[in-house]
Design a protein around this ligand. Structure first.
Ligand code: C2E
Ligand code: MG
Ligand code: MG
Ligand code: MG
Length: 292
């Protein structure tokens, strides 16, 4: 960086930085409004399916922000600033509350599927998290087993002691844990020796490259084998083609998620979609509905 450039370019550099941080602050102020107004942050839902039967095995909740001026925002456009702000706790509670509300609704409709919620690794540093989750489970009357928390291992390694305790308490409560984007973190394998988890999610980058990269295929095969040996479920992420689906089945992967099966959909669609699927896959357990 040239300190001795004309004052014009220095000013330009500074104003860009100012613009970026002003924008970040504006976004966080708007998030505060969105959380209070309770009508802008929306969960869309993407089922995972059993590769052998096509039956849904669970549903992942993915956040979207219907911003009054900026339009629909994806998590990539706002999660990072939220994670680095003091609003993370409020945001995390908001998402968990919405997700458990949906799970409770499905249970009333006769759909007993687990809901997976993505947690920012930083929210695991808050020792109050397990009690808050316990309270939300009670309030919505959702059994702990029906909640799966998806975590990525990368950041998690930095503060292992707090996180061990938080995750340990959650597991004791019966909440399930999944490692998201498995294989992309720095210490995936060490992580598994520290924290008992229930599920590994094979990152989409390996699924995409599986066909033409022997390395990617080997990583998928090894992850599936590791899950089998540890008695964990394994779910492949981002499956878009029939070729990927059959390659995964050949490698022994039992469940998958991706546009080939379902794109993320609004909450008011999922009942109809999954109701039909569950009825098809298990024709003898068609739920009896009081409102018939
Ligand atoms: P993730 O948990 O790994 O979620 C998978 C992402 O891949 C989602 O993007 C999903 O919409 C997308 N996806 C699913 N199937 C396919 C496919 O077949 N092809 C392609 N190209 N993409 C597919 P999304 O919804 O934009 O979420 C991105 C990331 O943001 C998530 O990655 C997760 O880490 C984070 N995230 C989402 N919702 C939340 C939330 O409520 N809280 C927190 N802390 N993070 C969230
Ligand atoms: Mg996820
Ligand atoms: Mg993922
Ligand atoms: Mg991902």
């Amino acid at each position: 960086y040239q300190a001795k450039e004309g004052s014009g370019s220095v000013a330009a550099y500074d104003s860009t930085r100012d613009a970026a941080s002003t924008d970040r602050l504006a976004l966080l102020a708007e998030l505060r409004e969105a959380l209070a107004a309770d009508d802008q942050l929306v969960l869309v839902l993407q089922p995972a399916v059993d590769l052998a039967t096509g039956a849904p095995t669970g549903v992942e909740a993915l956040i979207r922000w219907r911003h009054p001026r900026r339009g629909w925002l994806s998590p990539h456009e706002f999660i990072r600033p939220v994670e680095n702000s003091e609003q993370l706790g409020t945001f995390t509670r908001y998402v968990l509350d919405k997700a458990l509300g949906l799970a409770a609704q499905w249970a009333r409709d006769g759909l007993d599927l687990p809901i997976s919620v993505n947690l920012s690794a930083r929210s695991l540093l808050d020792p109050r998290l397990p009690a808050e989750i316990a309270e939300a489970l009670r309030r919505h009357q959702v059994p702990a087993r029906r909640l799966v928390l998806e975590i990525t291992e990368t950041v998690v390694m930095s503060e292992l002691e707090v996180i061990d305790e938080v995750l340990g308490t959650l597991r004791t409560m019966g909440v399930q844990l999944a490692v998201d984007d498995f294989g992309t973190g720095f210490s995936s394998l060490t992580f598994l020796t520290r924290i008992a988890v229930d599920e590994l999610k094979v990152d989409r980058s390996f699924v995409i490259r599986m066909a033409d990269s022997p390395e990617a295929a080997a990583i998928v095969r090894t992850t599936v084998g590791l899950a089998q040996q540890l008695g964990l479920r394994v779910v492949a992420e981002g499956v878009e083609t029939a070729e990927q689906r059959s390659a995964l089945a050949e490698l022994g992967c039992t469940a998958a998620q991706g546009y080939l099966f379902f794109k993320p959909m609004p909450a008011d669609k999922i009942g109809a979609v999954l109701g039909g699927l569950v009825d098809q896959a298990r024709p003898r357990i068609v739920p009896l509905r009081a409102d018939g």
